[in-house]
Design a protein around this ligand. Structure first.
Ligand SMILES: N=c1c2ncn([C@@H]3O[C@H](COP(=O)(O)OP(=O)(O)OP(=O)(O)O)[C@@H](O)[C@H]3O)c2ncn1[C@@H]1O[C@H](COP(=O)(O)O)[C@@H](O)[C@H]1O
Length: 108
C-alpha cells in the first residue's frame, strides 16, 4: 500500500515553490502565471480525469487523478489554504448521508 503522507510531502514542495525560480519548476511557473491560470489547469485536469474515468484505461484514470489532485493543491496554496482545510471539511461531513444532506437544503 502506498503512503498517504505523500500528500503532505507534495504540498510542502508546492509551498516551497512560491516565489521560487521559474527556470526549472512547473509549480513556480504556475504561481507566476497566477490564479486564473491555475484555476484553468484544475478545470482542464478535472475534465481529463472525467474522460479517463468514462472511457480511458485504469492507468490513464490514475494518472489523470494524480494530475487533478496535484493541481488542486496548487490552487489551494495560491488561495492560502491547505489540504488540512479540506480534510477538516470531509471530517465535518463524516456520517452525513449525501441523500439526507440534499433533502435538508432549503427549497428554492
Ligand atoms: N506531481 C507533480 C506533477 N504532476 C504533473 N506535473 C506536471 O504538470 C504538467 C502538466 O502538463 P500540461 O501539458 O497539462 O501543462 P503545461 O505543460 O503546463 O501546458 P499548458 O497547460 O500551460 O499549456 C507537466 O509538466 C507535468 O510534468 C507535475 N509536476 C510536479 N509534480 C510534483 O511537484 C514537485 C515539484 O515540481 P517542480 O515545481 O516542477 O519542481 C515534483 O517534484 C513532483 O513531486
Amino acid at each position: 500500500m502506498s503512503d498517504p503522507a505523500i500528500l503532505d510531502r507534495v504540498f510542502q514542495v508546492i509551498l516551497s515553490r512560491k516565489g521560487a525560480d521559474t527556470a526549472n519548476s512547473h509549480v513556480a511557473r504556475l504561481f507566476a502565471k497566477g490564479r486564473a491560470k491555475i484555476a484553468q489547469k484544475v478545470g482542464e485536469e478535472g475534465v481529463e480525469a472525467a474522460l479517463a474515468g468514462l472511457a480511458g484505461s485504469e492507468t490513464e484514470l490514475v494518472g489523470e487523478a494524480a494530475d487533478l489532485i496535484f493541481h488542486l493543491f496548487i490552487l489551494l496554496a495560491e488561495r492560502g489554504l491547505t489540504p488540512a482545510d479540506v480534510w477538516a471539511e470531509l471530517e465535518a461531513r463524516e456520517g452525513l448521508s449525501g441523500v439526507a444532506e440534499k433533502a435538508s437544503r432549503p427549497k428554492g
